[in-house]
Design a protein around this ligand. Sequence first.
Ligand SMILES: [Zn+2]
Length: 231
Amino acid sequence: MMIEGYIDQDQRPDLGDLLRLTVTISLPDECVANDIHIAFQAGCDAVESIEQFCNSGSITNSAGIAYSGRQRPAMADCRLFRKWMAMCNESHYDCSEHTRSGARLRFVDVKQMCITEINEDDKFLVPYVALSYVWGNANTLLLTRANHIILTQQQALLSVDIPLTISDAILMTEKLGQRYLWVDSLCIIQDDKNDVSRFIHLMDIVYSNSEVTIVAASGADAECWTPGVAE
Ligand SMILES: [Zn+2]
């Protein structure tokens, strides 16, 4: 195995100096396959966002292909995520520790496409996915005193404009085999002071009790799509 580090200044001057590490594994002569080249790249300050980083594409060089530490398909393979979730459920003792919030939690029911309220039962907590994202300046659909009854009707979310980050999270929740999604803008009545203050104090519990949290890290606001989710 040969490991080689170098600074690549030529190929993408707009990204600044790229610190590369290539690993070459030479296979014995009797192997039919070619030698294996894997290139890793250090994080670079000149890349402004993860989106930009992911979209910068493959850069080939004589020693191998950059960004190929793990092949990244255009669509996320949710079987991998479900496998991680199953591993977590089966073998992580700490992750199965849940804190009682004592609250009626509201969720987006991705099966019925509406907002639903679920009483926290003494015996079990309903499994749900949480979304962490940036609201930004997007004109986001909010749960309000005026619309919260309407949005609890089945299919109600099909007839309103849902911001892209949230609709991608709804899709991902389904793909993860889950039914409930917690999103602050749709699960807290935003113009109800009591509701807001009740849930602000529960934020740590809401996130720590979720089966999994989707972190939409590449978006600047709620109208940004999440790479790898929708076709
Ligand atoms: Zn875990």
